[in-house]
Ligand binder design. Structure first.
Ligand code: HEM
Length: 370
């Protein structure tokens, strides 16, 4: 299932980059192709992998493992509704809302039944899903309060990008980078426990501020910076050598952290009218999401392709996907920052890095059966 979700995400990213060059679609169409069709189901797929690890419990049942498919259907429906200018996004929001609420119930049950105290990352996942649920509720509210549509759209997009994706990403990175490097971060659990309030509070303030009262958004950005700066410092102390390496997942994963910080700062400049909405969204997708997804995929895809005992094949597959990870991370980051500052040429850097990764993915799949 997770392999299918990675491939769908890769195809949806490529489609989101290529489609606007071929057809003049509304921006909401290609944004949802990348985020609702590609990222949303993939995040749930990744959580299905991590929740049993974090709660030391059995793998998820078939019913739970099918939830990402339901979200994929909702994402595809949302994409087509924007591409065809229909209103079926209300149905899409309802389907995704039911799926997300069912999933949150599953995580809560696992947390309660956990052997020992569950890892704090689990509460970040619950926070992330709560943000998605609120974001989808904001879409439903558009039908009730059409005069508040613009404010609700802003609420929806910030809850989704900084809350749903941001909380999941920043929590998962703190588990994934030490695993990729092969050396633990002893403070990760305690830090996640202390920092959730800042990240969640920051997300809510930014979302409400963007929708109704801008000063709240600046305060929210400051709150979000507390966990980000603390994580950045820890990583530079513990993993600087690995982060500088040009091969492997560490450089991509740390570029994702830098990309998230950049996207937050770009958001503040956008709130001041200095940067455009589209440029800020591009910086979020290219400088943060692309290094995140490619770095996490390099680390996780081998386990998802062949679950069970780790063999030499897994190490080779990771090496193959991680090859040139540092170069890709630099291209994604630089491309995202340039595009964020309004320089369109930056897109070429990101397209080059994405094409390189898709080729690496295809070459791994070609030998996956060996
Ligand atoms: C099935 C799930 C979803 C539905 C039904 C949905 C629905 C909507 C709707 C109705 C709008 C307003 C469009 C407009 O007025 O132009 C919107 C905007 C937006 N949504 Fe979603 N959404 C979904 C999932 C997501 C996810 C998962 C993300 C990000 C992680 C996301 C990010 C955005 C963004 C960035 C915008 C602003 C687009 C623009 O300004 O053109 N959405 N969404």
């Amino acid at each position: 299932m997770q392999v299918l979700l990675v491939l769908t995400a890769a195809a949806s990213f490529a489609g989101a980059v290529a489609l606007p060059l071929l057809y003049p679609l509304p921006s909401a169409a290609h944004i949802h192709l990348a985020l609702a069709v590609g990222v949303m189901p993939l995040i749930f797929g990744a959580m299905i992998h991590f929740v049993p690890v974090l709660t030391r419990s059995a793998i998820a049942s078939l019913g739970v493992r099918l939830i990402p498919l339901l979200l994929l259907i909702a994402g595809v429906l949302a994409f087509f509704s924007f591409a065809a200018s229909s209103q079926s996004y209300y149905l899409a929001a309802f389907i995704a809302l039911v799926a997300a609420a069912t999933f949150a119930t599953w995580i809560t049950r696992r947390a309660v039944g956990s052997i020992g105290k569950p890892h704090s990352c689990l509460y970040w996942y619950l926070g992330a899903i709560a943000c998605l649920i609120l974001a989808l509720a904001a879409v439903s509210a558009m039908a009730l309060w059409p005069e508040q549509r613009l404010a609700l759209k802003r609420l929806h997009l910030h809850l989704n990008t900084l809350g749903f994706i941001g909380l999941t990403a920043i929590a998962t990175l703190q588990v994934l980078l030490p695993t990729a490097v092969g050396r633990p971060d002893p403070q990760a659990g305690a830090r996640l426990h202390l920092d959730l309030k800042w990240a969640l509070g920051g997300t809510l303030l930014i979302s409400l501020g963007a929708a109704w009262f801008r000063p709240l958004a600046y305060l929210g950005t400051l709150l979000w910076m507390i966990p980000l700066v603390s994580l950045g410092n820890t990583w530079l102390t513990l993993y600087f050598r690995e982060i500088r390496q040009l091969n492997g997942a560490a450089s991509s994963l740390s570029a994702a952290l830098a990309g998230f910080v950049a996207a937050l700062l770009f958001g503040s400049l956008h709130a001041n009218g200095i940067l455009s909405t589209t440029d800020t969204a591009h910086a979020f997708i290219l400088a943060f999401l692309f290094p995140l997804v490619t770095g996490a995929t390099s680390q996780l895809l081998p386990i998802w392709a062949r679950p069970g005992m780790q063999t030499a094949w897994h190490a080779q597959a990771r090496q193959r996907l991680g090859a040139g990870g540092g170069y890709r991370a630099m291209l994604f980051f630089a491309g995202g920052i340039m595009l964020g500052l309004g320089w369109r040429g930056g897109l070429a850097l990101s397209i080059a890095a994405l094409a390189a990764f898709l080729l690496q993915l295809a070459s791994l799949l070609a030998v996956a059966h060996e």
